[in-house]
Ligand binder design. Sequence first.
Ligand SMILES: [Zn+2]
Length: 249
Amino acid sequence: MSHQADLGIKRTGFRFLDVDAQPFSLVERQRDVVRIADFLNSATRLGSCLLAGMKSGVFLERDGILNLVRMERQHPVSPLRAEDFYLNGDAWKPLRRLQQAGYLLIATTNQPEISSGLLPRQELERMHDLLRQRFHLDDILVCPHSADDRCPCRKPKAGLLKEAAFKWHLDLAHSFVVSDKWYDADAAHNTGCLSIIIRAPWNGAGHHDMIVPSLAAAADKILQLQPMPAASDATPSQASVPEGTGVMV
Ligand SMILES: [Zn+2]
């Protein structure tokens, strides 16, 4: 049975990542070289972090990366019912490779429809139960607020990443953000993570470190940059998380 069949993926009426496969531009390649050089120059710090028990993580945007999205007026729309929540079967293999390399996998997502009442929390929990079961994610962090709430966790703010770093003892300087949206790249930039953007028409403008055509290519980049030893004690901190940050579901 294929992974896709195993995951029970239904694609009818949905699109995932309207990605073109154009090669990187020269500017993107130059940016890659600079950022990768900076990253590798900190290898000695990585060694001390490993000795200190710190881990590296891969932060994954949820909508469009882990689950399929419905398109409206050429923009992705988050599902509001568990019945409309379809996993991205192409994510299974890259995520498994990253897990086997020792990375913690943490999904992050802005879900302002919780705050507006359009998305019942019970529906969100049903969706995330499915995500955890099929992709074996270590954590899922949610900002339930609207832009008007001015919370510290709505991406591009860095609250969700900082919360995860505290909870899981992550070294953010050796962690990655994978997304198809500008605001995740901004959050990465604000915390020192390396951002890898999967090319899509709605990427948006702004800072990003690398751009790739697929999640599989993002996993390749991560594994090329920083092979990690297998983690054996990935447990969250017992300390309470800082107040005023995101909601864990
Ligand atoms: Zn928030």
